[in-house]
Ligand binder design. Structure first.
Ligand code: SF4
Length: 90
């Protein structure tokens, strides 16, 4: 099952969860792999990354691991050193 199939199934909907929590297999294959390919200079420190994700978990725009304000998977967007929350929450 890929991310699109996970999101298409209403039983998988979790409005305050990240993809890692919804579907660990897809997370490892599709998100973790990209995070691991990012160079150290492109990524924020792990502590800041987790703080950003904690903020997203409490945000009304998080839907099934996706930020509905920007359309990104928050687990990818939050990792980028140059990335910003579209609503300046981080
Ligand atoms: S990136 Fe910003 S707007 Fe999007 S879910 Fe996270 S905190 Fe909310």
């Amino acid at each position: 099952m890929n991310i699109m199939e996970v999101n298409a199934n209403p039983r998988n909907r979790c409005y305050r969860c990240l993809l890692e929590e919804i579907d660990p297999v897809s997370y490892e294959r599709d998100i973790r792999r990209i995070l691991d390919m990012m160079r150290p200079g492109e990524k924020v420190h792990e502590n800041l990354y987790q703080m950003r994700l904690d903020t997203c978990r409490q945000c009304e725009y998080l839907n099934n691991g996706t930020c509905t304000a920007c359309g990104c998977y928050v687990e990818l967007r939050a990792a980028g050193l140059q990335s910003r929350c579209p609503y300046k929450n981080w």
